[in-house]
Design a protein around this ligand. Structure first.
Ligand code: PBG
Length: 313
């Protein structure tokens, strides 16, 4: 292979991620020509509405996947967190590099940590998962919707004089903005989203040359965790409409997956965890999803989930 084209969104985080993959490729393949195909997606055009109202996380991904399918690019780099559980026919998750910090980070211009927040404090996020988890612990908190790219959300936090905002530690670190973090929140206190901190490198299934080029970027520990998390996601099909968290670690060949489904206002949260060997990652993810469904997540999905389907009808 002499040249590859990488499709990416144009946000500073997306560009950082695409350039990062480009440099990983060039490092391993001196002389390879790598170019970026920069795209604006539907998700970028509707930044003012809550993600759950404009059709969910697939919005950031669909048009980039179409560019791959149309042959306008050879590789796509996404945040795995932004991807739904099912890929279009003909595309594969060719590689997942080593995961960046998967945790949420609290960023407070006033220097607050979560435990020190005064009663009734206003906290910014537009993630259903983050608001559910915050409200379940602290029903007094007022959640203020905060969308836009990472820098925009930090700016709005100051402009709106919020006590703080919850963002992904991975995005802040990649952009060199970690000095805004006042608390990196433990996985136990804020269970991350499925795929958080993981880069998804996608290509056409039939493109053997590109697959061979991408294969060395794969991190097997990250892949084990991703297999469990995404099997869990696939079974729950919550899309962006129900607060859903799923996070796995792999230690000594054992997957440890934790999951959560809740009501948007945090008045009900169903949590669980499973452990088992890496080759059974998918089965573990499905088993945890089924367990949560039988313990109350089914009711929550019925009451709050699948708004995607009705809006499409
Ligand atoms: N929702 C957008 C998004 N998608 C991925 C990341 C962060 C990077 C990652 O998780 O890999 C972010 C920003 C955020 O949630 O603060």
């Amino acid at each position: 292979m002499k040249a590859v084209r990488i499709a990416t969104r144009q946000s500073p985080l997306a560009l950082w991620q695409a350039r990062h993959v480009a440099s990983l490729l060039i490092e391993r393949n001196p002389g390879l020509e790598v170019s970026l195909v920069e795209m604006t997606t539907e998700g970028d055009r509707f930044l003012s509405a809550p993600l759950s109202a404009v059709g969910g996380k697939g919005l950031f991904v669909k048009e980039i996947e179409q560019a791959l399918l149309d042959g306008r690019a050879d590789v796509a780099v996404h945040s795995l967190k932004d991807m739904t559980s099912v890929f279009p026919d003909g595309l594969i998750l060719a590689a997942v590099p080593a995961r960046e910090d998967p945790r949420d980070a609290f960023c407070s211009p006033e220097g607050y940590t979560l435990a020190l927040l005064p009663p009734g404090a206003r906290v910014g996020t537009s993630s259903l998962r983050r608001s559910c988890i915050l409200r379940s612990r602290r029903p007094d908190l007022e959640i203020v919707s905060l969308r836009g790219n990472v820098q925009t959300r930090l700016q709005k936090t100051r402009d709106l004089k919020l006590a703080g905002a919850m963002l992904a530690a991975a995005g802040l670190k990649r952009l060199g903005l970690e000095h805004h973090i006042t608390e990196v929140v433990s996985v136990a206190d804020s269970l991350p989203a499925v795929g958080q901190g993981v880069l998804a490198i996608q290509c056409r299934e039939a493109d053997a040359d590109v697959r061979a080029l991408l294969a060395p970027l794969e991190d097997l520990t990250t892949r084990g965790a991703v297999r469990a998390e995404r099997a869990f996601l696939a079974k729950l099909e919550g899309g962006c409409t129900v607060p859903l968290a799923g996070h796995a670690t792999v230690v000594d060949g054992q997957v440890h997956l934790r999951g959560l489904v809740g009501r948007p206002d945090g008045t009900r949260v169903v949590r669980g965890e499973v452990k088992g060997p890496v080759p059974e990652a998918e089965r573990l993810g499905e088993a945890l999803a089924e367990e949560l469904l039988s313990r109350g997540a089914g009711d929550i999905l019925r009451d709050f989930g699948r708004r995607d389907d009705t809006s499409r009808a």
